[in-house]
Design a protein around this ligand. Structure first.
Ligand code: HEC
Ligand code: HEC
Ligand code: HEC
Ligand code: HEC
Ligand code: HEC
Length: 203
């Protein structure tokens, strides 16, 4: 990539996102996390600062091939969920972002701690080797169940992720917090007077 290429990426993709993330998140009603970002957090504390993590083995959820932290990206840096999971409003699958989404920032941002730098090196290597990371899927329903994300987001809003996924923006490593069992689905459908027809959810 040419110099002007990555500078454009920095300006448009990276700084643009980081700068606009706060109002975008506020508008979308995205939950603001532990520190509340932007100063709206509990006790009037400063912006959320993702902790340094020494013992990664004790984190809940599966270990991913690259230690990608939602508490840093979505929490501390306030990148909106939809920046990376952009199809959640239009498709049944929110999608996991392609490396291209990462590299716009990480060609420039190399990391401010040794562990960040080491993990970001893996992102750069994956990009130059054209070997996208094999992310381990965490939430998965059996094949006979239909779950349209977009229908839920349309009614519950773009900030509804927290209702089903918990406070992902505070998670260093994503883990499943809801059971995803039939009773869990049906309970919310009953509360919100949404269909409970077997055929709505089952093929
Ligand atoms: C900078 C890009 C980026 C942002 C911003 C981001 N994510 Fe992610 N998300 C990813 C990547 C990459 C993965 C796969 C690796 C992992 O699980 O950590 C992922 C995985 C997930 C998963 C687990 C998927 C599975 O396999 O079940 C959930 C749930 C999720 N994100 C929700 C969110 C929510 C909610 C937000 C906003 C609070 C958010 N994400 C913001 C990139 C992002
Ligand atoms: C809008 C800019 C931006 C995007 C897009 C982005 N990152 Fe980051 N990323 C950052 C910043 C800022 C940091 C913190 C760097 C530091 O100070 O160490 C970071 C840190 C990291 C780190 C170090 C550990 C951690 O997670 O904090 C990894 C690994 C990483 N990013 C991977 C990714 C991957 C994989 C993607 C794509 C799914 C991605 N990033 C997308 C800005 C971005
Ligand atoms: C009503 C509950 C609910 C809401 C709201 C919700 N999700 Fe999900 N999410 C699920 C379920 C259930 C699955 C597993 C779906 C499957 O296996 O078919 C899932 C799976 C995912 C995955 C992994 C799927 C993939 O494509 O790899 C991601 C990423 C994700 N959700 C992100 C989000 C984001 C971001 C939001 C908010 C914009 C959100 N979800 C809102 C219930 C929900
Ligand atoms: C937090 C509440 C909540 C949870 C949990 C939830 N849903 Fe929903 N569901 C809704 C709402 C709200 C709608 C939108 C109804 C509408 O379009 O008016 C919806 C719509 C649907 C639809 C479309 C129904 C139709 O009319 O065709 C399906 C299918 C569905 N949900 C499946 C599931 C499954 C499967 C689960 C569990 C894995 C689940 N839902 C969990 C609230 C929820
Ligand atoms: C709102 C969505 C939803 C509705 C409505 C729904 N189901 Fe389910 N069902 C699920 C989900 C999600 C699973 C998979 C998770 C589980 O087994 O709890 C499931 C699993 C099942 C299973 C397999 C259970 C097992 O242990 O393997 C059967 C059988 C089933 N449903 C029958 C029905 C029947 C009959 C109805 C209508 C009376 C119905 N479902 C309505 C979401 C739904």
């Amino acid at each position: 990539m040419t110099n002007s290429g990555w500078q454009a990426a920095l300006g448009v993709v990276c700084v643009g996102v980081l700068a606009s993330a706060v109002p975008a998140a506020a508008q979308s009603g995205q939950p603001s996390g532990v520190g509340g970002g932007g100063g709206g957090g509990r006790g009037g504390g400063g912006p959320f600062h993702a902790p340094e993590i020494k013992d990664t083995a004790s984190l809940p959820g599966p270990r991913q091939p690259i230690f990608f932290r939602h508490d840093v990206h979505a929490g501390q840096d306030k990148i909106p969920c939809l920046y990376c999971h952009s199809t959640v409003t239009v498709s049944s699958e929110p999608g996991i972002p392609a490396l291209q989404t990462c590299i716009g920032c990480h060609q420039i941002i190399g990391g401010s701690t040794p562990s960040h730098t080491a993990e970001i090196q893996k992102v750069r290597k994956a990009w130059s080797d054209r070997q996208p990371p094999q992310w381990i899927r965490i939430h998965a329903l059996p094949g006979f169940v239909r779950f349209p994300h977009q229908r839920h987001i349309k009614v519950l809003g773009t900030g509804a992720c927290v209702m089903c996924h918990g406070q992902v923006e505070t998670m260093a490593q994503v883990s499943q917090v809801s059971t995803l069992r039939m009773g869990w689905c049906v309970r919310c459908h009953a509360e919100r007077k949404v269909t409970q027809d077997c055929t709505a959810c089952h093929y």
